[in-house]
Design a protein around this ligand. Sequence first.
Ligand SMILES: Nc1ncnc2c1ncn2[C@@H]1O[C@H](COP(=O)(O)OP(=O)(O)O)[C@@H](O)[C@H]1O
Ligand SMILES: [Mg+2]
Length: 207
Amino acid sequence: MPTIAVVTRKGGSGKTTISTAIAGYLAAGDVPTGILDLDPQGSASAWAAARGDERAKVLGVRSRPATLREDLRRMGASGVAVTVVDTPPHSDAALAGAIEVADVIVLPSLPSAFDLHALSSAVGSVKAAGRRGGVVLNCAIPNTIAIAEAKVAVAEMGLPLLGVLHRRMVWQYAAARGLSPAELDSRSEATAELNALCGAILNLIES
Ligand SMILES: Nc1ncnc2c1ncn2[C@@H]1O[C@H](COP(=O)(O)OP(=O)(O)O)[C@@H](O)[C@H]1O
Ligand SMILES: [Mg+2]
């Protein structure tokens, strides 16, 4: 069962926003989808619970590093075809566990120096584990040079750039309603960016 983990060591980089959006994208495409929530705050599992009955179900399960493998196995046994793993910011055990079980690791970062510095440490963990993965630059602001500089920094880290997401309120509106941006507004720019990101992730899984 393909597993997509979303990890970084920094809070506020968009892990939960991106993991829930990927899960919503997959579920809306008729893929039986689960989200394993390794963050004790439980936002990703609350997001899954907030999805109305009229939406394609995402099975949300809270998990811990110690039970991650067993929880994943149960996901598969209950019919889930793809699991997205959301992780907390400051847990090396969760980061290492998620990297170990994932087929693809998605590493979000804001395009700022401090965030990119924290990103490089997580990229190092992914490379040391010999796993496939890539970076998502999140909360980019249009017409700023920060994004160009961040792209150069990411290229030097040696993992592919899977996507660039701009700072837009639709990400927050969708998350608050248990939706992905694509489910809230299929024609928004955020939806186009999410579609491109998910396409890149699926390509990586298939490669
Ligand atoms: N692309 C975006 N545009 C606007 N707001 C965003 C975007 N990505 C994340 N956010 C907001 O930034 C904050 C941190 O995102 P979150 O997903 O909770 O990060 P993390 O899980 O890494 O701590 C949240 O309030 C979220 O709604
Ligand atoms: Mg989070």
